[in-house]
Design a protein around this ligand. Sequence first.
Ligand SMILES: [Zn+2]
Length: 66
Amino acid sequence: MEMKDFGLNDLVEMKKGHPCGTNSWKIIRMGADVRIKCEGCQHSVMLPRMEFNKKMKKVLVKAETE
Ligand SMILES: [Zn+2]
């Protein structure tokens, strides 16, 4: 399986956008589960990391690393 490079605070695009019409999500929590927040309506969803990896299309903006 392809492993994508993503991290906390990155902005990502999912294969399927949010029903509000936005397809830009910010990663707000990383762990066994990944929580992302829609940049359009601030709705957040939590996905198991494996599922997130499958559903994520690409990283739009890489966050600064500390
Ligand atoms: Zn939304």
